[in-house]
Design a protein around this ligand. Structure first.
Ligand code: HEC
Length: 158
């Protein structure tokens, strides 16, 4: 290889590195993106709960759909609260509806996040049993864990 080719290759790989580096940084560090990501995560919870509710109310959802819904809730509940609520993503960033109090009372918020897990596990168990009344009860209990956090730490949308 002559020198020109070597230099060209070096320049190409350097710029590839820079692009990858900046791209990665922008993806991880843009607070507005982190807000969007959290809202997507929350939507998974909403979707999972909705699938279970459909079955409970006999509105066309199958038991299998309900089981998948509970699984989705459980999977999100197992996420680290710190990953869902990175600092610097409170109200004012993007269209965040997360109150600053969530971070000011972090241990309470984290506890509320963790409380979803046992509730979602019971919900999954109840779904296996197939009894709509019992599933409905477990769904209500799980929903309380959502509401408990929203009540304190989420800005009410108009
Ligand atoms: C530890 C606190 C906490 C828990 C537990 C929690 N949420 Fe949330 N949720 C929030 C906060 C804060 C927001 C506002 C997020 C934002 O706008 O960045 C939110 C927003 C949402 C949204 C709106 C998302 C959007 O598109 O803007 C939905 C839907 C939602 N949550 C569903 C649920 C469900 C269902 C559960 C329970 C299975 C749950 N959440 C549990 C704190 C919580």
């Amino acid at each position: 290889m002559n020198n020109r080719v070597v230099n060209a290759l070096a320049a190409a790989s350097l710029s590839a590195l820079l692009v990858a580096g900046f791209g990665g940084m922008a993806g991880a560090a843009d607070p507005a993106d982190m807000v969007k990501e959290r809202q997507q995560t929350m939507k998974k919870l909403g979707g999972g709960m909705g699938a279970v509710a459909k079955f409970v109310k006999n509105e066309g959802g199958t038991q299998e759909d309900a089981a998948k819904g509970a699984e989705a809730v459980l999977a999100v509940a197992k996420m680290d609260a710190k990953a869902v609520f990175p600092t610097g993503t409170a109200v004012g960033v993007g269209d965040s509806a997360a109150k600053p109090e969530l971070w000011q009372n972090w241990s309470a918020a984290e506890e509320k996040w963790k409380a979803m897990q046992p509730a979602a596990m019971k919900l999954a168990e109840a779904i296996k049993g197939g009894d709509r009344a019992q599933i409905g009860q477990a769904l209500g209990a799980t929903s309380k864990t959502c509401g408990g956090c929203h009540e304190d730490f989420r800005v009410k949308k108009q």
